[in-house]
Ligand binder design. Structure first.
Ligand code: ASP
Length: 357
């Protein structure tokens, strides 16, 4: 073989491989994503500068434990609704998050919790609001979905339903965390100070009260292509008058639909209710043909932001694409996919509107 003959063969091979690569770029064959899970532990003033290495480690371990539990459920062939439930139960049992054991205190010094869960396959859903002493509110929400003809139960009635279904109760001491109690005292002091200085606007009081969120949420896609989403919270510190946030409201804080995606939100609930944030993301994907990333960006950075709201959300679409975004300093968040990709991260604005395909 002559040198020039070899050269022309090499030339042909390189032309061929370039044209093949181009073709691959044009025809984006979606990689099959058998299953995936994405979780959050709340958005808010979460910065590297204000968080000790020890604290970062604690949050990392707690998120990892919850994520792996949900992932294992999916890997073992379990349903997305079970994966969401198993993940959120672990986060509720941790004192680090504003849900279950670590729930914030309301104005009366009580823990009044909210939770919701939705099955994207059947569009069945269950939710509870203003409940006390139920160890795992997400289990109660699931019970409402599976064992009642209702979707949304509140307060005493929901607690009676929990008792009748033998859910575990804990006394007030179980739900006491020094951190959340101190935060209540701080917020109440700020409120008193603000009342003295009438000059401060109500919007400002609102912002002060809401500077920290640590609600938990999860969205999963199982091997059968079914999506589920769930959210659990203690709501906002110092909340009054039986205030209900977005977390237990289907379409606001939680939504799942196999034809589009699953969503769980965290932040100032009032704004997520007014924009029906979770359902809005689904609508934007379904009717405006936006990607999950575009839809999340539109809702957080346009709709919520315009109203003055703060928070974030996680989304998992029917193809297994994960998107998350927030307009706060950070958001505890993590995902794991059957492709092997996974991440646990807290701090923000570096890569907002992330989409992992
Ligand atoms: N969204 C919750 C609420 O408004 C609070 C949070 O996300 O931490 O009740």
């Amino acid at each position: 073989m002559t040198k020039s003959y070899l050269k022309s063969i090499l030339f042909l091979v390189s032309i061929l491989s370039i044209s093949c690569a181009k073709k691959e770029e044009i025809i984006k064959i979606p990689k099959a994503i058998p299953f995936a899970i994405v979780i959050h532990g709340g958005a808010g003033y979460i910065t590297k500068e204000t968080m000790s290495a020890d604290k970062q480690k604690k949050y990392n371990n707690a998120l990892k434990k919850a994520l792996n539990a949900g992932y294992k459920t999916l890997a073992d062939g379990g349903t997305s609704i079970d994966a969401v439930q198993n993940t959120l139960t672990i986060l509720e049992d941790s004192p680090l998050f504003n849900a279950g054991k670590g729930a914030v205190f309301d104005n009366q010094g009580k823990n009044k919790m909210d939770a919701s869960i939705m099955d994207g396959n059947t569009l069945n859903a269950g939710a509870v609001t203003g409940i006390s002493n139920v160890k795992n509110p997400i289990l109660l929400a699931r019970m409402v979905m599976d064992s009642s003809k209702h979707v949304f139960l509140s307060g005493k009635g929901a607690e009676i339903f929990a008792e009748q279904h033998h859910l575990k109760f804990e006394n007030d001491a179980y739900f006491y965390t020094k951190k959340q109690h101190n935060y209540l005292l701080k917020v109440q002091k700020r409120e008193r100070d603000a009342k003295l200085k009438v000059a401060i606007s109500t919007t400002k009081i609102h912002t002060l009260e809401n500077s920290k969120y640590a609600t938990v949420g999860a969205v999963a896609l199982d091997k059968n292509g079914n999506i589920a989403a769930g959210t659990s919270t203690g709501g906002l510190t110092n909340k009054k008058y039986g205030r209900i946030g977005d977390s237990p409201i289907i379409g606001a804080g939680t939504y799942a639909n196999n034809t589009t995606c699953g969503v769980s939100c965290t932040g100032t609930g009032e704004y997520f209710i007014r924009t029906l944030a979770a359902h809005e993301v689904s609508n934007l994907i379904q009717y405006k043909k936006l990607t999950a990333k575009e839809a999340v960006k539109e809702v957080i950075h346009n709709q919520i932001n315009t109203l003055g709201g703060k928070g974030g959300m996680i989304v998992l679409d029917k193809y297994g694409n994960i998107a998350w975004d927030f307009n706060t300093k950070g958001m505890f968040r993590a995902y794991k996919k059957s492709t092997g990709e996974n991440e646990i991260t807290f701090f923000g604005m570096v890569r907002d509107s992330l989409e992992i395909n």
